[in-house]
Design a protein around this ligand. Structure first.
Ligand code: CDP
Ligand code: CDP
Length: 230
């Protein structure tokens, strides 16, 4: 049958993917899909079960057998509610520990295969704004609208620091945040399987100095233009 449009948003850590994708989805009446939350949820489960990050067999078994659910969050500060095997891990998946290990889990082929399959089945009928690292290149290569969101490392580190402060978390220095972000970007863009890359037909939006709603407006305008030409 007919598929509704899909907006694919990819880009490095802290570019504003979650914040902007969520605003765009609300404005256009589409479903928001946070794929990073799924990689984070598996990472949390691996840590919680005491499985070694590099034990690819055990990680693969978890990834193929677990049940992940994403449900809408009614709190503006929380992108989505995330459940794994019926446990609410919405808060737990955002810790520094999960963040520091997630790229190693996301590089494993069995993990990617299981999660991409799930994402594609959720997206079969379209009507979503999906956000991650490989959405336009791999998960939804036929997406009507593809955005590659970027910002300088300094700007992204400042955004993360503000997020920590707002959440009342202990202060982390800008230097530390820049190092962490650069390291994760490096791992995500150099891994063998579907690395972070701008799709050939994606539009790059550089967001330094722009507010989330300014970026969302640019994407909504671009979407209207693309859809009117279908
Ligand atoms: O929000 P933030 O940019 O910190 O990260 P995220 O979008 O929650 O994604 C966390 C990690 O999951 C990324 O650093 C990637 O290693 C991985 N990921 C991926 O490999 N593919 C995706 N489609 C989404 C996330
Ligand atoms: O998902 P991703 O890691 O790309 O970024 P995020 O989790 O949405 O975090 C981005 C942070 O920067 C949020 O606190 C936003 O309010 C802020 N921000 C933004 O997203 N976009 C801008 N143009 C400016 C700031």
């Amino acid at each position: 049958g007919l598929r509704q449009p899909i907006i694919a948003i990819d880009g490095p850590a802290g570019a504003g993917k979650s914040t902007v994708a969520r605003q765009v989805a609300t404005q256009l009446g589409l479903v928001y899909l946070d794929t990073g939350a799924m990689y984070r949820a598996i990472t949390w489960l691996v840590l919680q079960k005491g499985i070694a990050i590099d034990d690819e067999c055990a990680v693969a078994q978890l990834a193929t057998q677990c049940k992940i659910e994403l449900t809408p969050s009614h709190n503006l500060e929380i992108p989505v509610r995330v459940w794994i095997n019926d446990t609410d891990v919405t808060q737990e998946i955002r810790t520094i520990e999960v963040t520091s290990q997630v790229s190693a889990i996301a590089a494993q082929s069995a993990v990617r295969k299981a999660l991409v399959k799930q994402q594609q089945s959720w997206g079969k009928r379209g009507g979503l704004v999906a956000e991650g690292r490989d959405i336009g290149t791999h998960v939804f290569p036929d997406a009507e609208v593809k955005i590659f969101l970027t910002a300088s490392v300094g700007e992204r580190a400042r955004r993360r620091q503000q997020d920590f402060t707002k959440q009342g978390q202990p202060e982390v220095s800008l230097e530390q945040l820049e190092r962490d972000i650069a390291e994760r970007d490096y791992k995500d863009s150099t891994r063998k399987i579907s690395p972070l890359q701008k799709a050939a037909d994606a539009v790059e939006v550089e967001t330094d100095g722009l507010s989330p709603s300014e970026v969302a407006m640019q994407i909504v305008n671009y979407y209207q233009k693309c859809v009117s030409q279908l």
